[in-house]
Ligand binder design. Structure first.
Ligand SMILES: Cc1cc2nc3c(=O)[nH]c(=O)nc-3n(C[C@H](O)[C@H](O)[C@H](O)COP(=O)(O)OP(=O)(O)OC[C@H]3O[C@@H](n4cnc5c(N)ncnc54)[C@H](O)[C@@H]3O)c2cc1C
Length: 388
């Protein structure tokens, strides 16, 4: 936690204690029953977790991005779904702070800071998530309103969030295509005319928190919903927002990786074979050594990227590297944890199987790792140097 101020260290510690006290004892039951963690989310609201990215005068407990990443790691160590419940929310909060009008900031941020209003982002469409510029959801201007038509899929927290940062085409004919993309801040309930939550998507992991398909049919919203002042800037706005989103996903990967490593450390000291604790077998010891090395490298890379983000400089390459490396590390660590636990690694009575189901989300979500590599190499060539 070096580099964090005392108050931030205290926040990370409080979240760690919350996870050990309130999350670890109930996570298996909630996950296996795919139950929405109402009580835990309420506690997270009271702890100020939904406001960690919102500064004064709208919020009370804004922290640095490295601290935010470490809080995410702690939550995810308990249950990745809890960290997922506040990921998109933070991206939307950052978007509103950076690009919103005064009215949007004053109207949304105070309620978002307490968690009273939850937010999520809606980018991906059934026809594709990686090629965002090819999206087909439109918002057509009609007097003082936009009329929205289209559908989005895989939208996390879509039922529990009343505010969507919705990526739309306000000018489908614009070339280059990104100049026709805008973000609308859409407040909705499940009974808002023109809005439908079509279905919940069944998933391998990331249980308890909903991921949904949503549809818009002639949905009317006031033009004041446009994020910022000008149409056609939404793509660039979202790319900056996704930097923090990718740092959050890296933080989630750190949490899953750490939980898998901690469980493996414990188990390999308790379990004996051939008369010794299994960690003393060189193969198992080597797994543990590789796991801690990968986890430590992933955390350092993520904190480095988080500091770069806070410096105000462009950090897409750094956030992409952090997300890529941390998520691949989490996948490998989760798999090695299964190996170390032997047959029990395959048992639903142990947490290890959950880490193994949750880890793959981080290689896909917030832009797949193939897309991260594209982002990284483009910036690498553009910057032309890797000198420190
Ligand atoms: C549990 C879950 C929660 C999610 N939550 C949200 C959310 O809240 N909001 C939201 O908007 N989205 C969300 N997503 C969607 C997620 O961001 C997309 O699934 C992801 O961006 C990939 O899009 P796709 O699934 O359409 O895959 P596709 O774009 O169809 O890609 C398929 C494959 O082709 C590869 N590929 C595609 N294009 C290229 C290329 N140019 N170069 C190299 N490889 C390429 C991809 O990497 C992938 O391997 C969520 C997804 C999941 C699984």
């Amino acid at each position: 936690m070096e580099g964090l101020i005392d108050e931030e260290r205290e926040i990370v510690k409080i979240v760690r204690e919350f996870v050990d006290r309130d999350v670890k004892p109930v996570v298996q039951e909630l996950d296996h029953a795919n139950t929405y963690p109402e009580k835990l989310i309420e506690t997270m609201k009271q702890m100020g977790i939904f406001g960690l990215a919102i500064p004064e005068p709208w919020g009370e407990a804004r922290v640095s991005t490295p601290c935010y990443v470490l809080v995410t790691e702690e939550l995810s160590r308990g249950w990745m779904s809890l960290a997922g419940a506040m990921g998109g929310h933070t991206v939307v909060a950052k978007l509103i702070q950076s690009y919103g009008t005064q009215e949007q900031k004053d109207g949304y941020l105070p309620r978002m800071a307490t968690g009273e209003l939850r937010a999520t982002m809606a980018l991906t469409e059934p026809g594709g998530g990686s090629d965002l510029q090819a999206m087909t959801t439109t918002a057509k201007r009609d007097g003082d309103e936009y009329v929205i038509n289209g559908s989005k899929t895989w939208i996390s927290n879509a039922r529990k969030s009343d505010l969507l940062a919705l990526l739309v085409k306000t000018d489908p004919a614009a070339r280059p295509k990104h100049k026709g993309v805008s973000i609308l801040l859409v407040e909705k309930t499940l009974s808002t005319p023109g809005f439908t939550l079509s279905r919940d998507l069944p998933k391998l992991g990331y249980k308890g928190v909903e991921s949904c398909e949503i549809a818009f049919e002639q949905m009317r919203v006031p033009v004041s919903c446009l994020l910022g002042e000008a149409e056609g800037t939404g793509f660039a706005q979202m790319m900056r927002g996704l930097e923090v989103g990718r740092l959050q996903v890296a933080g989630r990967a750190l949490g899953v990786g750490r939980a898998a490593l901690e469980d493996s450390m414990r188990y390999s000291q308790e379990r004996e074979s051939f008369g010794v604790p299994i960690w003393k077998h060189q193969s198992i010891g080597n797994y543990l050594a590789e796991m801690v090395t990968k986890l430590t490298a992933a955390r350092q890379l993520t904190l480095y990227a988080a500091r770069k983000f806070d410096s105000g400089q462009r950090a897409d390459m750094e956030a992409g590297m952090a997300k890529l490396f941390a998520s691949e590390a989490a996948m490998q660590i989760a798999l090695d944890a299964v190996r170390i636990h032997g047959g029990y690694g395959y048992s639903t009575e142990f947490d290890v199987e959950r880490y193994f189901r949750d880890a793959p989300l981080m290689i896909v979500g917030e832009g797949t790792n193939e897309i991260q590599r594209n982002v990284i190499v483009r910036q690498l060539i553009k910057r032309g140097t890797v000198a420190p």
